[in-house]
Write a protein that binds this ligand. Structure first.
Ligand SMILES: Cc1cc2nc3c(=O)[nH]c(=O)nc-3n(C[C@H](O)[C@H](O)[C@H](O)COP(=O)(O)OP(=O)(O)OC[C@H]3O[C@@H](n4cnc5c(N)ncnc54)[C@H](O)[C@@H]3O)c2cc1C
Length: 505
């Protein structure tokens, strides 16, 4: 039976980064992907391909996007996103719980990781439209989020597959890892199931990059809590927590925010799992310019508390807690031109009206009388003298409401009005296994499990409660690359017969 140097479990961004790094280090690499090829690529394929990255100005953006045109340069203020800003964002949104060692790697390696991806054939473009609005002829980027992969998540996975093929990485689709081969001293392979076939594949090192437990209804209810069985899953149906279970079974330490997850506002009538034909377009992320009204006809959250990038990942949970697990996003004509492209898809629950009473009657499942009162009270509370500016936190707020709106408070009074129904869409879970700064999986005694590495959503301790938008792919790239490198050098040591004494992590 062939013994691979490195077996990578998973077929998303983290797995490909691990596989490409291990291959670069000279290892033979086999990837196991549970999904059939047409559904492969995990959550990574459903993304917009947006990646949070540290950059110190135009030169860094040009390094990532070498074909930036002069016209783009002339009309764009890219600003900067420094290491300090990324650290601050991580600390603030995780309420200072992010693991400092892992966070440091994420932040300080982010630019190198994207540059390395570029060398592996992944191309990036600036995120015009979603992350920069054109004001007086000029785009200004905001919220630390500036580049995305060409073709979004589809493009990312396609480019990764091409790169994997070019570098001689074998991928077995429809092949689910079911257990780790572990003799108490080291991991030496995986058990798998492919259709009705089962078997064992030997490997000197194993990288687990097979996602969280977002697609497992029972685990969601068990760990995230009551009600999470009712959430829609935004992405892959294959991330059922099996990698986590396999690692925990051999003593890996659970780590991080097991009751936490990334969840957003998502089309109310979206299917149970993501649909690759729609991708991330069921999300509805222009809510900072709306008011949100629940079944009682009331507002319940500060829609403009911060830039979308810093609130969207925690507001899904807030929607799930509303009666009936839904709300309506209500917009006035003045901001309709700012709505993101995802508001123009066909599969959408939308109503429009020319008067407020008519609109409120059309909000299915909502107390219309109360909704009208809520809108009128909101309009009366808006600080109209403050100018509206979507590119900055403009301080155009409400005064005196029990639930304030802190920025971008636009009155709902100019028809036509539009409203969109949303529920909670779960993106991925935050709980994972503990790793050290070499991506080695740590057991409950604090020791590295020889031969076992983890990356991507499987890594615990990075995100708690919330998440700075587009850090997931960056995390997968940084820790995937690290895991691939570490696994390749461990495999090399095994190959030359060096002993693998367990060391205190
Ligand atoms: C709709 C949507 C939009 C998003 N947009 C963005 C964005 O723009 N930017 C961003 O940074 N993040 C975004 N995210 C989050 C991002 O998708 C994740 O953080 C990231 O893709 C995780 O990468 P991963 O490789 O760890 O997991 P995945 O990409 O989910 O890969 C896991 C892989 O493991 C496979 N697998 C599972 N179990 C097994 C098993 N037992 N054996 C073999 N294979 C298995 C799965 O089939 C899958 O291929 C988005 C997520 C969704 C759902």
């Amino acid at each position: 039976m062939k013994e691979w140097d490195v077996i990578v479990v998973g077929g998303g961004n983290a797995a490909f980064c691990a596989a490409l790094a291990a291959r670069e280090a000279g290892a033979s690499v086999l990837m196991l992907e549970a999904a059939p090829e047409e559904e492969s690529g995990g959550n990574s394929r459903f993304t917009a391909g947006a990646m949070r990255v540290v950059y110190n100005g135009l030169d860094d953006i040009k390094a990532l996007v070498p074909d930036l045109s002069q016209a783009e340069i002339d009309t764009t203020d890219f600003g900067t996103y420094t290491q300090d800003q990324f650290f601050d964002d991580m600390a603030r949104v995780t309420q200072f719980r992010t693991d400092p060692n892992l966070c440091e790697l994420l932040v300080t390696q982010s630019f190198d990781a994207l540059n390395w991806m570029r060398q592996k054939g992944i191309r990036f473009v600036p995120i015009y439209g979603r992350q920069a609005f054109k004001i007086e002829g000029r785009f200004k980027f905001w919220g630390g989020l500036t580049v995305e992969t060409v073709g979004g998540g589809e493009g990312l996975v396609a480019m990764m597959k091409d790169s994997g093929k070019k570098h001689g990485i074998e991928i077995r689709y429809n092949t689910r890892a079911t257990d780790l081969v572990f003799d108490g001293a080291r991991v030496s392979g995986v058990c798998f199931r492919s259709g009705t076939e089962t078997g064992v594949i030997s490997g000197r090192a194993v990288v687990l990059a097979c996602g969280g437990f977002e697609a497992n209804t029972e685990w969601r209810t068990r760990y995230l809590g009551p009600g999470w069985d009712l959430a829609k899953v935004r992405g892959s149906r294959f991330n059922t927590g099996e990698g986590l279970r396999m690692a925990l079974d051999i003593g890996a330490s659970p780590y991080g925010n097991w009751s936490g997850c990334h969840a957003v506002q998502w089309e109310m009538n979206a299917p149970e799992f993501g649909d690759l034909a729609v991708g991330d377009q069921f999300q509805k992320h222009s809510y900072p310019f709306a008011i949100l009204v629940n079944a009682l006809g009331k507002r319940f959250v500060d829609e403009g508390a911060d830039f979308r990038n810093y609130t969207y990942a925690k507001y899904g949970r807030v929607i799930l807690m509303q009666p009936g697990q839904f709300c309506w996003q209500v917009f006035d004509k003045k901001v309709l031109h700012l709505l993101r492209d995802e508001y123009r898809i066909k599969r959408i629950t939308k109503v429009s009206a020319n008067t407020l009473p008519e609109l409120c009657e059309k909000l299915d499942g909502v107390n219309a009388t109360q909704a009208l009162e809520t809108i009128n009270a909101f309009n009366a509370a808006v600080k109209r003298e403050v100018p509206f500016n979507p590119n900055i936190k403009d301080g155009r707020c409400t005064v005196g409401l029990p639930v304030p709106k802190s920025n971008w408070a636009i009155t709902i009074e100019e028809p036509p009005f539009e409203a969109y129904a949303v529920t909670c869409g779960l993106t991925f879970t935050f709980g994972g296994v503990k790793i050290d700064t070499g991506a080695r999986v740590i057991d409950t005694d604090g020791l590295a499990i020889p031969g076992l590495y983890a990356a991507g959503e499987m890594v615990g301790g990075i995100f708690y409660f919330n998440y700075p938008g587009a850090s997931g792919l960056t995390s997968g790239a940084v820790f995937g690359r690290l895991a691939g490198n570490s696994a390749a050098s461990f495999a090399k040591q095994q190959a030359v017969g060096r002993s693998t004494n367990r060391k205190i992590a």
